[in-house]
Write a protein that binds this ligand. Structure first.
Ligand SMILES: Cc1cc2nc3c(=O)[nH]c(=O)nc-3n(C[C@H](O)[C@H](O)[C@H](O)COP(=O)(O)OP(=O)(O)OC[C@H]3O[C@@H](n4cnc5c(N)ncnc54)[C@H](O)[C@@H]3O)c2cc1C
Length: 284
């Protein structure tokens, strides 16, 4: 028996007796998912969580990640990778991916009921699988070329990070000092240091797209002067997604935490030794 038992009776009570979700399920934009389908998904996720996902929770937390300072690579225990793969191979990522790219539209309440079980059984799986939701950001806000990056992120199951925090720029995110300089080919070179970056690296995926806040050269002070850049770990062919050379964004340290040790919380360096090439999201 695993450490986790999902309380499906309680979830069903909240969704249907309390929130009356059957009023929206099976109708309009949610026409593909009626109450029976939603319950079927919840039952399947309960089974997956109590078995495949929960299986590596204790070992993942005890062993944590391994960090190779010479390469900046982070590895997770094999047992955790097996649990993560069970989630991805079960196609649960479709709940977060853009509908046009193979995603599935369900009400946020049902999405969170499913997430509640993943987070209870093995929270780092939910956290590492954020690439699909980040693809949604690139797909909605991106240029046509960046929508193609979103497609590659989903099709090739790439990871993602959000890089806001810097030393001395946490709550006061507008104090960030990372800098972006435009290049003749339209790309940007970003330099700076980011701290506490969740999933900064892991051997769960072939590539990671970092969503990084930086100030364009000449940009004003505070949050208004910040822009969001997409910076891949590996450069890639924009049509096929085939990987090219390593980009200049590296993990320089992994934080020691009291728990959730299999989720890498990283210090990242951008552009110190080689350019960190990025794309300005939405060209704005
Ligand atoms: C496990 C973990 C994962 C994280 N993952 C990410 C990530 O993926 N990406 C990312 O960008 N960041 C991430 N963070 C960083 C997180 O968002 C920051 O820790 C947060 O923004 C706070 O910044 P700080 O730690 O520098 O604290 P500070 O900003 O230094 O704040 C310290 C304390 O001072 C208080 N304080 C700050 N300003 C004021 C004020 N003006 N008035 C009153 N009180 C104030 C705060 O409430 C807090 O109690 C992560 C952090 C952790 C711990």
């Amino acid at each position: 028996m695993s450490h986790y038992t999902a309380n499906l009776r309680d979830i069903e009570f909240c969704l249907f007796d309390l929130l009356g979700r059957e009023k929206v399920l099976g109708t309009s934009v949610y026409s593909d998912v009626d109450r029976d389908t939603a319950m079927g998904m919840l039952e399947e996720m309960k089974r997956l969580c109590e078995n495949d996902l929960a299986a590596s929770f204790i070992e993942g937390d005890r062993l944590g990640t391994t960090f190779d300072k010479s390469t900046g690579d982070v590895t997770v225990p094999a047992s955790f990778k097996k649990s993560y793969d069970a989630y991805v191979n079960g196609e649960w990522w479709r709940l977060d991916a853009p509908v046009d790219l193979g995603g599935m539209k369900i009400p946020p309440s049902v999405r969170w009921a499913i997430a509640e079980m993943v987070l209870g059984s093995n929270p780092a799986i939910h956290i590492y699988a954020s690439g699909y939701a980040f693809a949604q950001v690139a797909y909605v806000l991106g240029t046509p070329e960046q929508k193609q990056i979103a497609k590659l992120m989903v099709d090739r199951h790439w990871g993602a990070t959000m890089q806001l925090t810097e030393p001395d720029a946490g709550s006061d995110v507008g104090a960030g000092r990372s800098k972006a300089v435009q290049q003749a080919d339209g790309t940007w070179h970003i330099t700076g240091t980011k701290r506490f970056i969740t999933s900064g690296d892991a051997d769960l995926y072939e590539n990671i797209v970092h969503f990084v806040l930086a100030r364009r050269e000449g940009g004003g002070p505070g949050t208004k002067g910040l822009s969001l850049f997409l910076i891949p770990k590996f450069m890639f062919d924009h049509k096929t997604g085939d990987l090219g050379k390593r980009n200049g964004v590296y993990v320089t340290n992994v934080e020691h935490k009291m728990g959730l040790n299999v989720s890498s919380t990283c210090e990242m360096n951008l552009g110190e030794h080689e350019p960190a090439v990025g794309y300005l999201l939405g060209d704005v």
